[in-house]
Design a protein around this ligand. Structure first.
Ligand code: HEC
Ligand code: HEC
Length: 344
């Protein structure tokens, strides 16, 4: 859809006297009090000049074929075209005094007198006032409450699930276009796609206990896993750094010499009680796909808690899979957690 080059500017079509009247109506205090006119009034006063006869190719009022294709764009798009003008259709129908809401009402009036079944917009309602529930109750329920003409009923999971099989986006598109006895946008042409999506989900979920929103996702910590109710933390310290910090320490660990050694350390806590788990047997496997090192982790006392650690060697630049297996007395199967690490 593009406008013809060299088309007459919209204002040139407006008789000077009408323009003057419109401008003065807007400049005075009367403008603030002016009530938006009903669709029929606007059409009779302005739009009928072309749309009654079909002048210049205007879709004629009453010509269902001419309007149905255009109506499929939805009221928002049609209104946008009527505001800016499109090809021989002048902006605001050539009357700048026609407000956006009046344009919408006029369009709805013409559509409805041409085989359509749209609901006239009330006016620029604050968007927040229109929840999925109010939309469904005000409009969709007309058919979806009772299942009129085979409409899937509100809260009928089986009926909705079958229709959901192609995905929610497909249903939204289908409701936007309408099909069979289901009118385009549920005959509420100013509904946005988002509002339609919300209305569908409302009808789908109706009667179910409200879904608990998931807690805000904590920034994923690559060194933390929660498996079978146990918090598993992986700590890594380069052997170089340990040597430096132990230089004057009393107790000495047997730090292997050689390049690329890290001390890997697993701390465990019960996720509910937050108590440290100190009775586990922990083994660890470190693999870059070519080499595999498997070792038991010995208990390491630090800060009154026990953790489990050992040394592993890494080649610079390689990506490693670190798998730790945690066995606790009395538990049938071990808990397994995987971490990833790329050696610097
Ligand atoms: C000067 C003649 C004229 C007047 C007055 C006029 N229209 Fe139109 N209108 C047209 C023409 C011509 C078209 C067809 C444009 C096209 O698609 O090529 C049209 C098309 C439209 C369309 C369809 C746009 C689309 O995207 O398909 C709408 C909606 C519309 N007019 C609304 C109005 C409204 C509302 C008014 C009154 C406020 C109005 N028109 C007054 C000439 C007019
Ligand atoms: C005039 C009656 C009517 C109204 C109003 C209505 N619907 Fe429908 N709707 C139907 C009927 C009938 C069907 C079943 C059409 C079919 O599949 O043959 C349907 C089907 C649907 C479907 C399923 C489409 C598909 O592809 O399976 C969705 C989604 C839907 N409606 C959404 C809505 C929403 C959202 C509203 C309110 C904004 C609404 N409807 C208002 C009659 C209506």
């Amino acid at each position: 859809m593009h406008r013809q080059a060299g088309s007459v500017p919209a204002w040139a079509l407006v008789p000077a006297i009408v323009l003057f009247a419109a401008l003065s109506a807007f400049s005075g205090p009367a403008a603030a009090q002016r009530k938006d006119r009903a669709g029929k009034e606007v059409v009779d006063a302005v739009c009928a000049a072309c749309h009654a006869s079909g002048k210049e190719g205007a879709p004629r009022i009453g010509d269902a074929a001419a309007w149905s294709g255009r109506a499929a764009q939805g009221l928002t798009a049609l209104t946008a075209h009527a505001i800016t003008g499109i090809r021989k259709m002048p902006a605001h129908g050539g009357s700048p005094g026609v407000s956006d809401v009046e344009l919408q009402r006029a369009i709805v009036y013409m559509v409805n007198n041409s085989g359509g079944n749209w609901v006239e917009p009330l006016g620029p309602a604050p968007a927040a006032a229109r929840t999925s529930e109010t939309i469904v109750q005000a409009q969709c329920a007309r058919c979806h409450q009772t299942g009129k003409d085979g409409a899937p009923k509100i809260g009928d999971r089986t009926a909705w699930t079958a229709r959901m099989s192609k995905g929610l986006d497909h249903l939204v598109a289908s409701a936007v276009h309408g099909h069979g006895p289901m009118p385009s946008r549920g005959a509420m042409p100013d509904l946005s796609r988002e509002e339609i999506r919300g209305a569908i989900l409302y009808m789908f979920n109706h009667g179910l206990p409200p879904v608990q929103p998931p807690p805000p996702a904590a920034a994923a910590d690559p060194h933390h896993k929660l498996v079978s109710g146990m918090d598993i933390y992986l700590g890594m310290i380069g052997a170089e750094a340990m040597r430096a910090s132990q230089a004057d320490a009393q107790k000495r660990m047997d730090i292997p010499s050689g390049k690329g050694y890290y001390h890997l350390n697993i701390s465990l806590a019960d996720n509910k009680s937050h108590l440290p788990v100190s009775d586990a047997q922990v083994t660890m496997q470190v693999s870059d796909g070519m080499t595999v090192q498997t070792k038991a982790l010995g208990p390491v006392a630090a800060n009154n808690a026990v953790s489990y650690g050992n040394f592993f060697q890494f080649s610079s630049g390689n990506a490693y899979n670190i798998t730790t297996e945690i066995k606790r007395p009395g538990q049938a199967s071990p808990v397994v957690a995987n971490f990833e690490f790329r050696a610097p």
